[in-house]
Design a protein around this ligand. Structure first.
Ligand code: 13P
Ligand code: SF4
Length: 302
């Protein structure tokens, strides 16, 4: 492993490359990344970096967003097949129908979506800024794609607006069950429950805190409590342990690993740094049309 890490560091210097990694990546990948974060933080870093090459250890929509925000930079994905299933769970045809049926509606697109869906949307959001951005929009009617759970969570906080939801979901978070939550609470009665808003309402209604991966880590850092039940992908444990080494974290017993995120191994990073293969490339029309909702998010999410 140390040979791999040494070579990655040499190539990073030689090629002026930066490694961005999401909190769900394997631990050894988070260990070698220059920046680790949630989707919003990584999009901001991708926009601000002066590196020539961005290696994005995440899933496809993250690499695409980095490329759209940085047309002149080379964005490499350690594994091109790392994709988020939810990113495909909406359709441009349905967006067109909804726009027709509800003139004046705003199409709000969770960043976990394909570039094609972003092109058909008015603004992007992440789990850390969705409420703020939807509140700031002048539109009263909102079509929220693709995640029904985040959409419903945002809608509860903004009762003055009317929402249309889409049936997309994250296979990991949508699979968490209330029975498992109750079992964990019985085992750890003093623990706080922290959940990502991609989880269903049967989880969120029991949660002491609901937020993005970065929000969950901040909550733990600022809390006097020592035990936490965590309803999100298990890769977050690395950052939680770093932030609070003496605290205890409990996870659902099954199904909290995102197989796509785990494809981002140090070996895969070394491969793309060496070969410069797996470049994210999008046609110029997609780049232009998807940039608008992403830039609007960065502006409104400040
Ligand atoms: P965050 O923006 O909270 O990091 O979430 C990204 C994601 O894919 C959650 O499943
Ligand atoms: Fe997509 Fe879920 Fe994996 Fe996040 S955890 S990247 S939403 S499949």
């Amino acid at each position: 492993m140390s040979n791999t890490i040494n070579r990655i560091n040499e190539l990073k210097k030689e090629k002026n490359a930066v490694i961005l990694a999401h909190y769900y990546c394997p631990e050894d990948t988070q260990g070698i990344a220059d920046h680790i974060g949630d989707s919003f933080y990584l999009a901001k870093i991708a926009k601000e970096t002066d590196a020539d090459i961005i290696v994005f250890a995440g899933v496809r929509f993250m690499g695409e967003s980095a490329k759209i925000l940085n047309p002149d930079k080379k964005v490499l994905m350690p594994d091109m097949s790392a994709d988020c299933p939810m990113a495909h769970m909406a359709s441009v045809e349905r967006i067109a129908e909804v726009r027709n049926e509800h003139p004046g509606i705003a199409v709000v697109c969770y960043i976990n979506s394909t570039a094609e869906l972003k092109c058909a949307s008015d603004v992007c959001v992440t789990s850390s800024n969705a409420k703020k951005i939807v509140k700031a929009l002048p539109n009263n009617d909102i079509y929220f794609i693709p995640d029904q759970n985040l959409g419903r969570h945002v809608a509860m906080a903004i009762p003055e607006k009317r929402f249309i939801f889409n049936e997309g979901h994250c296979p990991i978070h949508h699979g968490f069950t209330e029975d498992e939550l109750i079992r964990l609470k019985r085992l750890h009665p003093n623990a706080k429950v922290l959940a990502h808003p991609e989880s269903r309402d049967c989880i969120l209604k029991h949660s002491d805190y609901i937020g993005s991966t970065a929000g969950i880590i901040d909550y733990v850092s600022g809390s006097d409590v020592n035990e936490f039940i965590i309803f999100t992908e298990e890769g977050i444990n690395y950052a939680l342990k770093k932030a609070a080494p003496d605290k205890h974290f409990y996870y659902p017993s099954v199904g909290c690993a995102c197989a796509d995120m785990k494809l981002n191994t140090p070996e895969a990073i070394l491969n793309v740094l060496e070969s410069e293969q797996n470049e994210v490339l999008l046609d110029s029309k997609t780049m232009k049309n998807a940039l608008e909702p992403l830039e609007k998010m960065l502006e409104l999410g400040k």
